[in-house]
Ligand binder design. Structure first.
Ligand SMILES: Cc1cc2nc3c(=O)[nH]c(=O)nc-3n(C[C@H](O)[C@H](O)[C@H](O)COP(=O)(O)OP(=O)(O)OC[C@H]3O[C@@H](n4cnc5c(N)ncnc54)[C@H](O)[C@@H]3O)c2cc1C
Length: 431
């Protein structure tokens, strides 16, 4: 049996931010992670947060009254709008950023030029409402970096993460601008130097920086992260949660937590039964692909339900949707590539299997998939094709295919890419 103050189940941004905050407030904290590495889906994510009125925006002179983003949320959410909850979020979000900046290794870069997703919604902003984890030096984690989940390989260059924003623009323009070439050459050289010295890149970016910065401070405050430790069930005594049972290499262990248990297991992208019940486009539970962490099998939801909690069934959509493609890997496994950036570039169209365009390809990923769901005839697989010409793919890349000078051949050979000299020939190739 293990005794602690707070047991945090899972090690994505949700769990780690709870853990480092509790440790800062003086609690003994144990984090239990099912996977062999900590970081969850967050380690693969863009690491961007929508936090209006955040300190970085304010420092840049972007000052807005709480009523403005509140109005944006009211218009976005319609009859789902819960004013008390939205107000609480908008009040506490900036305080959270301030807290992490002051008390943890996690720092931020601003999104002051990044507009809201729905620019036509009243009180949308052209910038100043987002921020992202700043690049983080992995050396600060010491030996603990060995257990940090690396970024999703297909979204990197040879395993090297590329920070979104200005850095990504340099990589896209490396063959067109001398300044970008120099920038990229410097980053690539530093990456290979790290590989030689440490066996991996040490400059962590995006979501990977988020789940490196939080634990760096958590470890300093004595937080233990137990990997390979799936929580199996909550312990309840006299109507109160008093801990949980964790699995592990040496068998089950009971953890007693005097101040509570935080469930942060990351939703249900790999829970077939839940998908069947909650996602109309996945009637057998198998028609929905996700770029999230495969350990996210809805355990937290089940543990909560087992002691009387219930899910809110009134949501407009039970999943945050994004288009993914299935990338065959050399070892026979399949990666799920999230199409977040390149489909918005000029020169690409998205069509259904019937060859019909169904959306503005530059819309947000959620809207893109909603458009796809609406356009695909009932009973047909929910899928679409991204179509572009050679100039486009060499300029911007396409999914897991990188822009020039990276080669295309392997992705043509393994069927990820289809090629045709005419639209008709391409359609035949696509079946
Ligand atoms: C490619 C990509 C890009 C994204 N970009 C952004 C972005 O820029 N901004 C944004 O807001 N969102 C983004 N998202 C979504 C975002 O990453 C997730 O919503 C967020 O990371 C969820 O954090 P979390 O802590 O709830 O869960 P996760 O980070 O998924 O962590 C959950 C953890 O729970 C563990 N777990 C599950 N069951 C158990 C158990 N029984 N016991 C112990 N551990 C368990 C899992 O192994 C996992 O490590 C992106 C997602 C993807 C896939």
């Amino acid at each position: 049996m293990i005794q602690t103050d707070l047991l945090v189940i899972a090690s994505g941004a949700g769990g780690l931010s709870a853990a480092v905050t509790a440790a800062h407030l003086g609690l003994r904290v144990l984090v239990a992670e099912k996977d062999a590495q900590y970081g969850g889906t967050t380690a693969w994510s863009g690491g961007w947060m929508w936090i209006p009125r955040n300190p970085l925006a304010v420092e840049a002179g972007i000052v807005e009254d709480i009523e403005t983003p509140l109005s944006y949320l009211r218009h976005e959410l319609g009859d789902q709008f819960d004013e008390a909850r939205a107000r609480t979020y908008l009040e506490h979000g900036p305080r959270m950023v301030d807290f992490f900046r002051r008390h943890t290794a996690l720092q931020f870069i601003d999104g002051n030029a990044i507009p809201d997703f729905h620019g036509n919604t009243p009180d949308a902003a052209l910038g100043g409402r987002s921020l992202c984890a700043a690049p983080f030096d992995g050396r600060r984690l010491g030996r603990q970096i060995d257990r940090l989940k690396p970024p999703l390989r297909e979204t990197t260059l040879w395993g090297m993460g590329i920070a979104s924003g200005a850095e990504l623009r340099h990589f896209m323009n490396a063959m067109r601008s001398a300044a970008s070439f120099r920038y990229v050459a410097g980053k690539v050289l530093a990456y290979w130097r790290d590989q030689l010295q440490h066996g991996r890149g040490m400059r962590l970016v995006n979501g990977n920086a988020l789940v490196a910065g939080l634990p760096a401070s958590a470890f300093e405050r004595g937080v233990e992260i137990r990997t390979d430790s799936p929580a199996r069930r909550l312990l309840v005594e006299e109507g109160r949660v008093v801990g949980a049972v964790l699995g592990g290499p040496d068998g089950d262990v009971e953890v007693r937590a005097s101040r509570g248990v935080v469930l942060a297991c990351g939703g249900f992208p790999f829970d077939v039964e839940r998908k069947k019940a909650w996602l109309p486009h996945a009637p057998s539970g198998h028609e929905h692909w996700s770029a999230a962490s495969s350990g996210n099998t809805g355990d937290g939801l089940r543990m909560g339900e087992a002691i009387g909690a219930a899910l809110n069934g009134q949501l407009a959509q039970a999943a945050a949707l994004a288009p993914v493609s299935l990338v065959p890997r050399a070892d026979g496994s399949v990666a799920h590539f999230p199409h977040l950036i390149e489909r918005a570039k000029p020169g690409l169209i998205a069509v259904t299997a019937e060859g019909k365009r169904f959306t503005n390809e530059a819309d947000s990923y959620h809207d893109f998939v909603r458009g796809m769901l609406a356009a695909v005839p009932a009973g047909r697989p929910v899928e679409a094709w991204l179509v572009c010409d050679h100039t486009f793919i060499r300029r911007y890349g396409l999914g897991a295919v990188k822009p020039a000078p990276m080669p295309l051949r392997r992705m043509l050979d393994n069927g990820y890419l289809k090629r045709g000299a005419t639209p008709a020939e391409l359609a035949r190739q696509c079946g």
